[in-house]
Design a protein around this ligand. Structure first.
Ligand SMILES: O=C(O)CCC(=O)C(=O)O
Length: 273
């Protein structure tokens, strides 16, 4: 499960970097699928894959292809990645739910992503919780940003470290291009994962390279949280999911222990009681 140092980092800053969590061959396969799918219009994507925002209507936004795990087994393997799951299980007290797997492309033409989460916008989402007690860190909404490319400094993910515990609005003169210590630019290598609580105020600087930034955002919540009307597996396509991923996507009460959780804990050599 998480080491004490990882918990210290996550609690202090709101994120942790899991170095080389994804095997090189898996990264290569996802890059290849990213190029194939991102070359296609939404109408040609294998259903239920679709853009989060219609790229025709929003040509300047980073394009995020949602439901990628229905399109290829490699994204299901990613959703169950042991390095990610040992942290997600710890942070959700062994009650996780897989919410979404989005394959996102940022190009030099994509707009930057302004700060959101935490107190950005002057309010905090009441369903997005973060607590620490008795050596345990607990977060109800997590985002595992899996980088498929090397990210150079000055571009990509930025956050206001510690803002997941902030109690005051972030001053308006602080933005995604501000400097440390207020704003930190996290620059993963291909195969690294930036795991953060969505209560952290975060965004993304404009991409600066000729080849695109490719990231898979794997979002998890606690199994009993409800985030959108589209909760749980999509019925018409659930046959495309492995039993473990299908179960991981299910809503369940906080007393319920999912079989996939027991299986992961046992594979990790953890006592699953
Ligand atoms: O591109 C990024 O790293 C930021 C993504 C983001 O803001 C989000 O997934 O909520």
């Amino acid at each position: 499960m998480m080491t004490v140092e990882e918990k210290w980092h996550f609690d202090l800053f709101g994120y942790v970097v899991l170095k080389q969590a994804v095997p090189v061959e898996d990264v290569q396969r996802m890059v290849s699928l990213a190029y194939t799918w991102h070359d296609l219009p939404d109408s040609k994507l294998p259903p239920p894959l679709r853009s989060y925002r219609d790229p025709v209507e929003y040509p300047n936004l980073p394009r995020s292809i949602v439901n990628s795990h229905y399109g290829d087994e490699i994204f299901q393997r990613l959703a169950l990645n042991r390095e990610i799951m040992r942290c997600v299980l710890d942070l959700t007290a062994n009650c996780p739910k897989l919410l979404a797997v989005s394959l996102t492309r940022n190009t030099k033409d994509s707009e930057a992503v302004g700060f959101h989460g935490g107190f950005a916008g002057g309010w905090r989402n009441p369903a997005n919780d973060y607590q620490v007690a008795e050596g345990m860190v607990f977060a109800t909404f997590l985002n595992a940003a899996v980088s498929l490319v090397d990210v150079p400094e000055g571009t990509g993910f930025v956050c206001v470290p510690g803002s997941h515990k902030g109690n005051f609005p972030i001053p308006s003169h602080i933005d995604i291009y501000s400097c440390p210590p207020s704003v930190v630019n996290v620059t993963p290598k291909a195969g690294d994962v930036v795991l953060f609580t969505e209560t952290l105020c975060h965004g993304a600087r404009r991409w600066t390279q000729d080849t695109p930034r490719l990231t898979v955002f794997v979002r998890y919540s606690t199994s009993y949280a409800s985030w959108s009307p589209e909760v749980g597996p999509i019925e018409a396509h659930q046959g495309k999911l492995s039993p473990g991923v299908h179960e991981l996507m299910q809503v369940a009460g906080f007393q319920h222990r999912k079989q996939i959780v027991d299986q992961l804990l046992s594979e990790m050599g953890e006592n699953s009681t």
